[in-house]
Design a protein around this ligand. Structure first.
Ligand code: MOS
Length: 742
């Protein structure tokens, strides 16, 4: 795939699917030529900065903007006293998924109410970034505070059980788990806690908003162009077609760019006020204040078995957090529905609602933190039984979905553990805790299971085959660094039997047919499905043309097109709006849900890790890692492995460093920066060995299950288990920091 398609493409590869091809956008990114949302030049560009509320709940009593307005270069100071009116966010409804995308229910700067500590209460706009920030510093706000519950831990007793709906289940049960637990011969009953987390994408959220009359162009690093466009149309009372959203490159999202947060809305508002293009780049602190992070959690995992280690009881419950202004009910107990064959199961999620910013999806939401608890509990139980933790898992590996007897579309866990144990030399492990050493270091080895559901969303696209041999794919999907454009070039080349270099792809722009959001590890399967449909259409049409021209349909497409006197042939899947309309979405979802009633579709895998712990300082180093995964068909061996590796690094962050600290009295995030919020750096990450089993999933397009998030799931559990093996200490509270090990 190239920027300028060759005129006479020569087949360079016989096999393109699965090949570890380099990213097609690698060159523009490494040279800095790729334009991100904050890099589009506009003459007359103005810069905006935010002022954040410093109380968790109450009203703005007074505002003094005189000093801010007097700052040289300042064009406007916008507050609830002078902001143009906007419509409040739409009421969230599963009948129109785009309505779920409002980050919060707040109509920013259209109200004097404050709902969380950090809510934007003013926007300054200036000729320069520096002047905008200086002015923001000078805005004086006084508040009338109201009492507010801001502390998750204290609010825990107020948790309410989550109800089930068509898409998401809050709980489920089989048999009588409490009675089975009480009667079990061997059991554990454990409580786990995980802290709040923040996404910390390399590219902080940024929006460049440009009005031309009543038309609006927005460069916004979004994971969901369509939802951003719909949200803006709603808030500003516009027609969809008058708004263009461009997100050609996104510098990481991890769920933090799937909703529409204050920065996007306020950049558009500010541009309307100053009648100039406006750029609003959130500072790192601004991201913490205005973009929701991952909920903290408390979890109970109780397991009971017979003497042989056959599970009889499995209980997994969780409490997570919502804000009064919104939030996500994370699927914390998700794996406990699928992983272990217990006769009696009870899973239930509950939530508390406090005066905090909405919680949001983040890096395998729910599964990442839920698997920490489940996999650590399983490890502890295996010790009670004096069983190898892999052997325990194999004894409890189900043939059908444990909770409801549904079929698994496929399940490679047995293979993943068998292959992994050999490759990692699991047999070298002596089970006794504190029994392995390397010099002064205590050495530990741990395993855990990865599991992530496979989803699929509607994707409209067009594929155009030209007589010069080139192929053009147009689809508004998202390239956040995962290699999407490269993978879809490979799928297209494979499906049409054309060289990879002949395929050109346009993406990341709402002018293109509406694509899927990049989330839920679903983008690859979603777009692949429509690419296959388009390729089948093109092949049918080519056969007809070949017939008419008395040619064999086996002739190259270029020959057939030329003989038929055609310059090009186009296949359209959906239309610009078919899957965007409420009815189209509903039809698609209904089909998908029906399919999911029959099958559990999921990617899965086995993590093997080795840690070294300093017995004197409690320092934990991860020294070896192997992940063996069943992600169905591998479209690109290099980018898939990178996705899985990235997931493992994120899991290492959750296990050993990441923790958003919230002041228990004021609800203020106190470590809103990368100096005090610890994500892994290169020195923390060992060589990560990845193996994919590679068999296609029979129920997904081209057999693709998705690789985006499964790598994260189980990582914290594997590390906690390895730390226990090394030290004899089991840590139930993330992150596993030195103070907890001393
Ligand atoms: Mo995600 S947490 O599905 O970007």
């Amino acid at each position: 795939m190239t920027q300028a398609p060759p005129q006479t493409p020569i087949p360079t590869r016989t096999r393109v699917l699965g090949e570890p091809l380099d990213r097609v956008d690698g060159h523009v990114k490494t040279t800095g030529a790729a334009q991100f949302s904050a890099e589009y030049p506009y003459p007359d560009l103005a810069y905006a900065a935010l002022v954040y509320a410093t109380i968790p709940r109450g009203r703005i009593k007074s505002l003094d903007t005189s000093a801010a307005r007097a700052t040289p270069g300042v064009l406007a100071v916008i507050t609830h006293e002078n902001a143009p009116r906007m419509k409040p966010p739409p009421k969230p409804s599963f009948l129109n998924l785009a309505t779920l995308a409002s980050g919060t229910s707040v109509n920013y700067l259209n109200t004097d109410e404050v709902h969380w500590n950090g809510q934007p209460v003013a926007v300054t706009v200036a000729d320069s970034l520096e002047a905008a920030h200086e002015a923001a510093r000078l805005v004086r706000v006084t508040y009338e505070s109201q009492p507010a519950a801001v502390d998750f831990a204290r609010a825990e007793p107020t948790a309410k059980p989550q109800k089930n709906n068509a898409l998401i289940q809050g709980g489920g049960s089989k048999g009588d788990a409490d009675a089975a637990l009480a009667a079990a011969e061997v059991s554990v009953d454990l409580r786990f806690t995980t802290p709040m987390h923040h996404h910390n994408a390399l590219e902080p959220h940024a929006t460049t908003a440009v009005w031309q009359g009543d038309k609006l162009t927005v460069h916004d690093g979004s994971q969901n162009i369509d939802w951003t466009r719909r949200q803006l149309a709603h808030r500003f009372g516009m027609n969809l077609n008058d708004i263009r959203v461009v997100a050609r490159f996104v510098g990481g999202g991890f769920g933090g760019k799937g909703n529409i947060w204050a920065g996007t809305i306020l950049a558009v508002l500010a541009a309307r006020v100053v009648e100039r293009p406006v750029r609003l780049m959130l500072t790192r602190e601004g991201v913490y204040r205005t973009v929701g992070g991952r909920t903290p959690s408390t979890q109970r995992v109780a397991l009971g078995t017979d003497r042989d280690g056959q599970l009889t009881a499995l209980i997994h419950t969780s409490v997570t957090q919502l804000g009064h202004v919104g939030g996500i009910e994370e699927q914390v107990v998700s794996q406990s529905r699928h992983l272990y064959d217990a006769e009696h199961i009870l899973v239930q999620q509950s939530q508390v609602t406090i005066a905090a910013l909405s919680t949001a999806s983040m890096r395998a939401p729910g599964e990442a933190i839920g698997s920490f608890a489940l996999e650590a509990a399983v490890d502890e139980l295996a010790y009670r039984l004096d069983l190898d933790p892999i052997e325990f898992r194999m004894r409890n590996e189900p043939d059908r979905n444990p909770l409801d007897g549904k079929l698994f579309a496929r399940r490679g866990l047995r293979d993943a553990y068998a292959v992994g144990a050999k490759r990692f030399r699991w047999q070298d492990r002596t089970p006794e805790p504190r029994s392995m050493r390397d010099g002064r270091w205590l050495v530990g080895m741990g395993v855990a299971t990865a599991f992530h559901p496979a989803w699929r969303f509607p994707a409209n696209l067009t594929v155009r085959l030209s007589a010069d041999g080139t192929v053009l794919v147009r689809c508004a999907f998202h390239e956040m660094g995962m290699g999407a454009a490269t993978a879809f070039g490979q799928v297209t080349a494979h499906a049409l039997g054309v060289p990879f270099d002949a395929v050109h792809i346009e993406y990341g722009d709402s002018e293109l047919p509406v694509g899927p959001g990049a989330g839920g590890s679903a983008q690859t399967a979603s777009v692949t499905s429509s690419l296959l449909e388009a390729a089948a259409q093109l092949k049918r049409d080519l056969r007809k043309l070949a017939d008419r021209a008395h040619l064999s349909p086996a002739e190259p497409p270029t020959t057939i097109l030329r003989a038929a006197g055609r310059d090009q042939l186009t296949a359209t899947v959906g239309s610009d709006t078919r899957f965007g309309q409420v009815t189209g979405q509903l039809r698609f979802l209904t089909r998908f849900i029906r399919d999911r009633r029959r099958y559990v579709k999921a990617a899965c895998g086995a993590h093997f890790c080795e840690v070294r712990v300093d017995p004197d300082t409690g320092e934990v180093r991860v020294t070896r890692w192997l992940g063996v995964f069943d992600i169905g068909t591998v479209v690109n061996a290099k980018t898939a492995a990178s996705q899985l590796r990235g997931g493992i690094v994120m899991g290492m962050g959750a296990a050993l460093g990441e923790e958003t600290l919230v002041d228990r009295e004021t609800g203020r995030i106190v470590n809103a920066n990368l100096a005090e919020y610890h994500v892994p750096v290169h020195a923390d990450v060992p060589r990560i060995d990845i193996q994919c089993l590679g068999d296609p999933d029979p129920t997904m397009p081209l057999g693709v299950l998705g690789a985006g998030e499964v790598g994260i799931v189980g990582v914290a559990g594997a590390i906690a288990n390895a730390v226990h093996h090394a030290t004899g200490r089991r840590i139930y509270d993330l992150p596993i920091t030195v103070d907890k090990l001393l």
